[in-house]
Design a protein around this ligand. Structure first.
Ligand SMILES: *Cc1c(COP(=O)(O)O)cnc(C)c1O
Length: 398
């Protein structure tokens, strides 16, 4: 009998984590690699949040907690939704999990069955299709265009819906493109979701990382009806530079949340008690560190987009949120370096790493091969040097 399950054999490691591992191993060999691969803020977790965690340890708050999170944290999450999104949830409609990824995973396990189709607009976050597939659902990728700022249009959505469609995944602001839906666009999507009776899974993890005064709107806030069909996946990782603390949360109907609670109770149990206390402070404590981080991200965004658009043959959409750019390099496909032809985003990413010592993530991993993803959650100094290197390397292609 085979050692591994079909499930395990069907999976490959998360490509974003794989690129970072390769860059790190080159660095360990003494090679100065500039990494645009990071999917996490380069800032330290704010001091007030760390203090709350230390206090939790000192006070002995180090035991099991209720599976779906402590009431203090659920109340902080409820407060956050009221304060920021004008949506009201009850404790029974909130569950805390071990990171936003875990929230999504448990949600998929709770609502998808064999044959259920899940619409995933591409470019998409790398983990959506495998997590849907692990729940036996069928991810249905819908290509969006640079021209439409990588957002699914009402027509594209309608065309993708079949009698088997169970849900649409929305990620606004988006990883990897940084595009974000306006209230008007969400109203149209909500209308379609309601008329076709599908769920909307709204991944709002980048809600707070937006630029130029963009007004983030949660689709759940549009009406009582769409709120009932929406499940919000969220977390503290990106907003508060807390990727290592592993706290994510989900808001949705009591029926779904209670099913997720059962799944969690038979797998991970509660998320870390100490991180939960820290997250209370993150959500309802002072928010000025967030403003500082977003201001820094915004300056880097302006610089990186300008520079990329000045490189011959490169076009780069100016993101509204998150900390990634998704430039189109496809005009270089078909060119060669030392007799090796660059035919796709993977070849180009390998070329950048080998020749320029710059790590980027190939667009194909996000379902969009003309592009590469660059994270600007790194210092301005590295961004400048990295872009110099990319620019020089591209000149070597002919
Ligand atoms: C980072 C990220 C998450 C969740 O990350 P966690 O570290 O698991 O909290 C969820 N969705 C998207 C699109 C992300 O980029």
């Amino acid at each position: 009998m085979a050692v591994l399950s079909d499930r395990a054999k069907s999976l490959k490691p998360s490509p974003t984590l794989a690129i970072n591992a390769k860059a790190k191993s080159m660095q360990a060999q003494g090679i100065h690699v500039i990494s645009f691969g990071a999917g996490e803020p380069d800032f330290d977790t704010p001091e007030n949040i760390k203090k709350a965690a230390k206090k939790a340890i000192d006070e002995g708050f180090t035991k099991y907690t209720p599976v779906g999170g402590i009431d203090d944290l659920k109340d902080a999450i409820i407060k956050k939704f009221q304060r920021d999104n004008q949506v009201t949830y009850k404790r029974s409609e909130i569950i805390v999990s071990c990171g936003g990824k875990h929230s999504f995973y448990n949600l998929a396990q709770a609502i998808f069955d064999q044959g259920d189709e899940v619409i995933v607009p591409a470019p998409y976050w790398v983990s959506y299709p495998p997590m849907v597939a692990l729940a036996n659902g069928t991810p249905v990728m819908v290509e969006t265009t640079e021209k439409n700022e990588f957002k699914i249009t009402p027509d594209e959505l309608k065309r993708a819906i079949t009698p088997k469609t169970k849900a649409l995944i929305l990620n606004s602001p988006s990883n990897p493109t940084g595009s974000a839906y306006t209230k008007k666009e969400l109203e149209k999507i909500a209308e379609i979701a309601l008329s076709k009776e599908i769920f909307v899974i709204s991944d709002e993890i980048y809600e707070k990382i937006v630029y130029d005064g963009f007004q983030f709107v949660s689709i759940a806030s549009l009406s009582e009806e769409i709120k009932k069909k929406t499940i919000i996946v969220h977390g503290v990782a990106k907003t508060y530079a807390m990727t290592g603390w592993r706290i994510g949360y989900t808001a949705g109907s009591e029926e779904i949340i209670s099913a997720m609670n059962n799944i969690q109770s038979q797998s991970t149990s509660n998320p870390t008690s100490i991180s939960q206390k820290a997250s209370v402070e993150a959500l309802i404590g002072p928010q000025d560190e967030v403003t500082k981080m977003v201001t820094a991200f915004g300056q880097r965004r302006n610089y990186i987009v300008d520079r990329l658009n000045k490189i011959l043959g490169v076009s780069c959409y100016k993101p509204i949120g998150a900390f990634y750019v998704f430039p189109n390099f496809s005009s270089y496909y078909g060119k060669s370096f030392q007799k090796k032809k660059i035919e796709n985003s993977t070849h180009l990413a390998d070329f950048f790493l080998d020749v320029a010592k710059v790590a980027v993530v190939p667009g194909v991993e996000f379902g969009a091969d003309p592009f590469e993803r660059l994270s600007y959650a790194t210092s301005m100094e590295d961004i400048k040097e990295g872009l110099n290197r990319i620019e020089e390397a591209l000149k070597k292609l002919s």
